[in-house]
Design a protein around this ligand. Sequence first.
Ligand code: GLU
Length: 487
Amino acid sequence: MVAASDSHVRVRLAPSPTGTLHIGTARTAVFNWLFARRQGGSFLLRIEDTDRARSKDEYTANILEGLQWLGLNWDEEPVIQSARIERHRTAIQQLLDSGHAYRCYASDDELTAMREAQAAAKQAPRYDNRHRNLSPEQQQAYITEGREAVVRFRIDDNAVITWNDLVRGPMRWSGSDLGGDMVIARRAPTDQIGDPLYNLVVVVDDAAMAISHVIRGEDHIANTAKQLLLYEALGEPAPVFAHTPLILNQEGKKLSKRDGVTSVSDFREMGYTAEALANYMTLLGWSPPEGMGERFSLAEAATVFGFDRVNKAGARFDWDKLNWLNGQVLHALPPKTLRDQLAPLWAQRGWGTAGPTADPQWQLDLTTLLGPSLTLLADGLDQAQPFFCCPELNEAARAQLDLEGARPGLAALLAALEQLPAEAPLDTATAQQLLGDAVTAAGIKKGLLMKSLRAALLGSLQGPDLQETWLLLHRLGEDRTRIARCL
Ligand code: GLU
């Protein structure tokens, strides 16, 4: 692994591939990435796959894909934690040799009885360090009994752990609040070292990767206190820590799977753009400097990002803001780019793959018409549907057509349309002329005809600009058919 110079900023995201890329992990990734880019440092990945039963390759793939999609590029080959297990074991042996760790033979039954006694005495649950100072004879007796041992790291109750958190300022923990001596390796026979556990492996790997700053969610604060003791015992310099606020749901509780959409891939499938989601995640806990507004790219945020503007309080998830940002991103896209994103969605429904609706220019003009009203890319499906498929008339449209003068007006318009030379494109001036003539011929108001035309063309009284809608449908030869079916 690369040895970094002291001043070089190296940060990492350390996801566990036990699920898809969660929005909380992605937000942690955003803050790490922004900090690395701002400082001219490196953003690294470590896949924490030591929970072999729950880790899956498909989750690793989902996580990497999600980060890439968001534009969070990393700088070195991802480190695979499970490949480093011998290094973790070596560190545990080092702690055993230096007396910072010891083997604990307490059985599950004994530990359960201990916790029940603590609960009965209204004490906080903790390991009571009962095997901390076993004599060689006592130890031998347990081994002879056939007991296996976990490895525990000594946590002195009198230890005072302090650090200067980049988000939360000076932090202070007491050793007595850390639950007693901590297990760093699972149970195994005494001549072996069992599977190394989270706090130990994170410290060994962060030290080996020369991580300068650990930026992660505030749910890891107690782990940080424990990890600082491990750095000291292993003789490794500790990184700087920054604990970012949690993401909360509408009720102010930690956002969880129960809130429905929590994976980056879910947001993607719902039609959110990577740019809007990344922008939104940056705002989840960070306030941009005055004058920057709320709409910016990751690269723009990276020019000003710092922990001085990261809030301590939890960040409430605000769908309205995310939707607003997504709309802003879509509206700012050049129509051709937007069309190229919509066309594959249309094609999935079998729309625009053959005939006049496959004409790229027609699709571009449709995109130009619909673009300003899209919030999600997926809105471009619902809104485009009546252009690709002749819609049924809804109730309001039928009522509109039943109004006195509506059908005579449309009949007059159809007659005029049929006079036009076939294949002649309809332009705005001609369209206006035709409307005016039909209004006169039928002796009705222009408003009545316009509304009836909308009902006939779109099957609804809602929709985009009528004139543009008509011109687009005319190019398909659809305007006449749709008017004729209403007469
Ligand atoms: N694998 C841990 C997690 O996903 C990493 C925490 C850390 O950043 O140290 O929560």
